[in-house]
Design a protein around this ligand. Sequence first.
Ligand code: GDP
Length: 427
Amino acid sequence: MVQAIVGANWGDEGKGKITDMLAEKADIIIRFQGGANAGHTIVNDYGKFALHTLPSGVFYDHTTSIIGNGVALNIPVLFKELNSIIEKGVPKPKLLVSDRAQMVMPYHILFDSYEEERLAGKSFGSTKSGIAPFYSDKYAKIGFQVSELFDEASLKEKIERVIATKNVLLEHLYHKPLLDADELFDTLMEYRTMVEPYVCDVSAYLYDAIKEGKNILLEGQLGSLKDPDHGIYPMVTSSSTLAAYGAIGAGLPPYEIKDIVTVVKAYSSAVGAGAFVSEIFGDEADELRKRGGDGGEYGATTGRPRRMGWFDCVATRYGCRIQGTTQVAFTVLDVLGYLDEIPVCVGYEIDGEVVKDFPVTSKLEKAKPVLKTFPGWKTDIRGIKEYDQLPENCRKYIEFIESEIGFPITMVSNGPKRSDIIYREVK
Ligand code: GDP
């Protein structure tokens, strides 16, 4: 069976923890999009890890972890991460890298920072990992697949051709040092040595795995609202964050994805620029940021403080719908235990009218939150294992949100550890 684990919001919903948990029963875990620009934080018996590229299943020895063709593969980052988990005592994971995955080139990272520098105050808040230049080149058909590392003559010729255009930009637009073909070729040969033992025809591997009845997890990065088509364009990421894209970014039939677990956080947080209707500021935001997640809401990759907000029913209903959600994992609920009252955004007021459907970006920028306030539960809910044991106000909060978003909440996460989970029967 193929199951996707994806986010409904702006990312950082706790997908890493849910994937890590579901990986216990999985054979294969695949990353299908994105690059080392976002991270998952996972807490388990080996310690606390921030993974940017490795799939979250790497901590189990019964699973195979795969970097799918849809990923922006940064080879040095991948191997640095692999070595760092092995150093901490994690058994060497079984890893496969798609021969069709494209590589983040050193110049993608340079162009990412040069462009942010050029845009200055109007920048996108990129993590400068090279992701936007990478995907631009992929679709401009000047990207490099892993498979190309193995044909040296063609590789040399292509490097010359591609850097000729890059050097025009470097010289005339950015006024930066030019790229050297030989140096780039040597770097790519180092990449080849690193990646060679893992290269695989992933779609063929998955075809067989599906026939053998293996359990496969597709692990999404970021969330619906960062999708380039359905998100808050242009303040989005550069690859699709939707479960549907799992079929393409891993290389398996769309009809095989039977279960779409959408991860939804009990309050909102976002990184980077862009409209964020239920955003809060000042002391209120600082308090939630400090208490949020596991050790505060700060970027797993950049350490940047995340923007904070109340739960947004409008954005989440849409985020779940566009994912094709079959079940919802509702996370980080324990964090809200300090609040006397908990506001929830239930509608957007745009030009004097209240809407419940998530609008396009130009309208979103005008939206003001319509809030409804719930009484808090004022207790620590960590350690609770049964849904019925949760305080009444806490259950009311969950059930209200479930009815607003219109998808069943089957899991409630009340702490960062694998075992901090309450399964819930939905009638
Ligand atoms: P991801 O990118 O969606 O995997 O999310 P992140 O890893 O960036 O953010 C989730 C953060 O919340 C991590 O620090 C997790 O350890 C933590 N976390 C996940 N689930 C829970 C939960 O139920 N309660 C608390 N307190 N922290 C959680």
